[in-house]
Design a protein around this ligand. Structure first.
Ligand SMILES: [Zn+2]
Length: 227
């Protein structure tokens, strides 16, 4: 390395947490320059973590991109976790309402529970049953649940995107993340059309709030049904 004639660059990671530091150490242990096969090292300068000497820009890019995708992944885990977590209670009460209101006989109810326990019922199917339950409820109680199903369907869509779509960790995705501090969840449909949905902490927090509000509405209906 000492005889390297190219200008050396370094990457300054600033102050990083323990997990990121471990991650970086592992990466540096195996990373070699894609152009000349040189290795690099991690240095501590006070609190700061620096990787050097790096011989080629491409090598620096490679390490930078790998670490940034790690940050994106962590951010994505936080956002996904938050939404999935808060959604479980809403889904539980949707299930309860369907259980109590969908079937007239116990045999039918048992059949339904069997399907349920095997986890074969998608949210789409549940929502069709739930719609019937809500219609029955509206009729029996002389009330209108305006907008409830639309709001629920919109939230289920968003939740599904968060659960099933992949995080964009491409070079563009990383740049987008660094510039806007937002994560892009992407999906290519059967016609290869690209769909995307962006999230940051704020929008995830808003979605979490909407889910909580809907959960409250659904629980209120559930309690009302039992009267
Ligand atoms: Zn090199």
């Amino acid at each position: 390395m000492e005889n390297h004639t190219l200008p050396m660059v370094q990457i300054d990671f600033g102050i990083i947490d323990h997990e990121t530091s471990e991650r970086l150490s592992k990466l540096i242990a195996v990373a070699v320059c894609p152009i000349c096969n040189s290795k690099t090292i991690i240095l501590k300068e006070g609190e700061k973590t620096i990787v050097r000497p790096i011989c080629h820009e491409k090598f620096a890019d490679l390490i930078g991109i790998t670490m940034n995708s790690h940050h994106i992944d962590k951010y994505a885990v936080d956002i996904r976790g938050k939404i999935i977590n808060v959604f479980t209670l809403l889904e539980k009460f949707i299930d309860e309402i369907i259980r109590r209101k969908s079937f007239d006989s116990e045999a039918d109810y048992d059949k339904y529970v069997n399907i349920f326990l095997r986890g074969e019922m998608t949210m789409k199917v549940k929502m069709q049953l739930f719609e019937i339950c809500i219609a029955k409820y509206e009729k029996a109680h002389q009330v209108k649940c305006d907008g409830l199903l639309d709001s629920l369907n919109a939230i289920i869509d968003k939740r599904n995107h968060l659960v099933h779509w992949t995080v964009d960790t491409s070079k563009q995705g990383v740049e987008f993340f660094l510039n806007k501090n937002k994560i892009r969840f992407i999906f290519f449909d059967k016609k290869d059309k690209r769909h995307e949905e962006c999230f940051d902490n704020d929008s995830a927090h808003k979605l979490e709030g909407s889910i909580k509000k809907l959960t409250f509405d659904v629980i209120t209906i559930f309690k009302d049904m039992k009267k």
